[in-house]
Write a protein that binds this ligand. Structure first.
Ligand code: 3PG
Length: 342
């Protein structure tokens, strides 16, 4: 993987794949913009180096259709708040109109392309779509660690056609997670929760191989059909929407003994006050432990912000699924593509 600081970007059109997939409320408002805040050093670096900065991202799951509330306008607004530089937004992410806007860009300017997943070809990793995206730039930067587990066009397709580099945040993610994977302080405890059974259950199976204990809460705990000596499931619930008092105490005791902690996924429906106790207490127990602690994923970061615990974590990964796969020793297609073609 080549680092962005080795790229010659002056006066070049630099396509930056970001992960601006921020958690949203029902109306489409951004609940937490940490994913945006953390790409600012890369954007500032490129502006300072006089590149033409073209940012792209997906937001949520529009399934190949244009959905008004999933347009990236709120992302543009939040970027503006951090950068205090003008940022234009293109009406799409490919096409003649976008090409024309880019041709007219001056060095040091920033353009945000529209939601990549408005085109179903993004997730299909369609070759022509990847070529069209690549044709917009001279250089590609992957700053979207959180999407590197997805073999999508903007992640694995573009590096076939452009000199490609790892963004600063992506490098930091890989470095930190490699350290915990290779030499974790033991005992290593994974705490997993949330609702996405399709990604979480394979992650639980993989963590059972590397961790000393795997604590599972959230909706997935109700669906899991495994039994294993390292697997600790809830003993009681609060109406199936949160872990119960007894479970909170058991989990807290194990967390206190940890050398390293990896947390992904809330313990219950923490957005509602009556079901937040499990997530809040476990978040605080993790934050106050002396272990090396990392967390990752959109909902997990949101909970950490809600309880003001950000500063207490050694690292918060932008990736949910990507972090889990990386720590389980899987090869992420996005990282492979960065190393393979260049
Ligand atoms: C994330 O939020 O974890 C990444 O942006 C990936 O999103 P996805 O699960 O919709 O692919």
């Amino acid at each position: 993987m080549r680092s962005l600081d080795r790229a010659n970007v002056k006066n070049k059109k630099v396509l930056v794949r970001c992960d601006f997939n921020c958690p949203l409320d029902e109306k489409g408002n951004i609940l937490d913009d940490y994913d945006i805040e953390r790409t600012i050093p890369t954007i500032e670096y490129l502006v300072q180096k006089q590149a033409k900065v073209i940012l792209m991202s997906h937001l949520d799951e529009p399934e190949g259709r244009v959905i008004e509330k999933l347009k990236l306008t709120p992302i543009q607004d939040h970027l503006f708040e951090y950068l205090d530089l003008s940022i234009s937004k293109a009406p799409d992410c490919i096409g003649d109109n976008v090409q024309k806007i880019i041709q007219e860009m001056l060095s040091g300017e920033i353009l945000l392309l529209e939601n990549l997943r408005f085109h179903k070809e993004e997730k299909e990793n369609n070759e022509n779509f990847a070529k069209e995206l690549a044709s917009l730039g001279d250089v590609f930067v992957n700053e979207a660690f959180g999407v590197c587990h997805r073999p999508h066009a903007s992640i694995v397709g573009i590096p076939k056609y452009l000199p490609s580099f790892a963004g600063f945040l992506l490098q930091k993610e890989v470095e930190t997670l490699t350290n915990i994977l290779e030499k974790p302080r033991r005992p290593l405890i994974a705490i997993l929760g949330g609702v996405k059974a399709s990604t979480k259950i394979p992650a639980i199976e993989r963590f059972l191989k590397i961790a000393d204990f795997v604590l599972v809460g959230g909706k997935i705990a109700l669906e899991i059909k495994l039994s294993h000596k390292k697997l600790i499931l809830p003993e009681d619930y609060n109406k199936d929407l949160d872990i119960g008092e007894k479970t909170i105490e058991i989990f807290k005791k194990i967390i206190q003994e940890a050398g390293s902690l990896v947390w992904n996924g809330p313990m219950g429906y923490f957005e509602k006050e009556e079901f937040e106790k499990g997530t809040k207490e476990i978040a605080m127990a993790i934050a106050n432990s002396k272990a090396f602690k990392i967390a990752g994923g959109g909902e997990t970061s949101l909970a950490i912000s809600k309880y003001n615990l950000k500063e207490k974590f050694n690292f918060i990964s932008v990736g949910g699924g990507a972090m889990l796969e990386f720590l389980a020793g899987e090869k992420l297609p996005g990282l492979e593509a960065l190393s393979f073609y260049h």
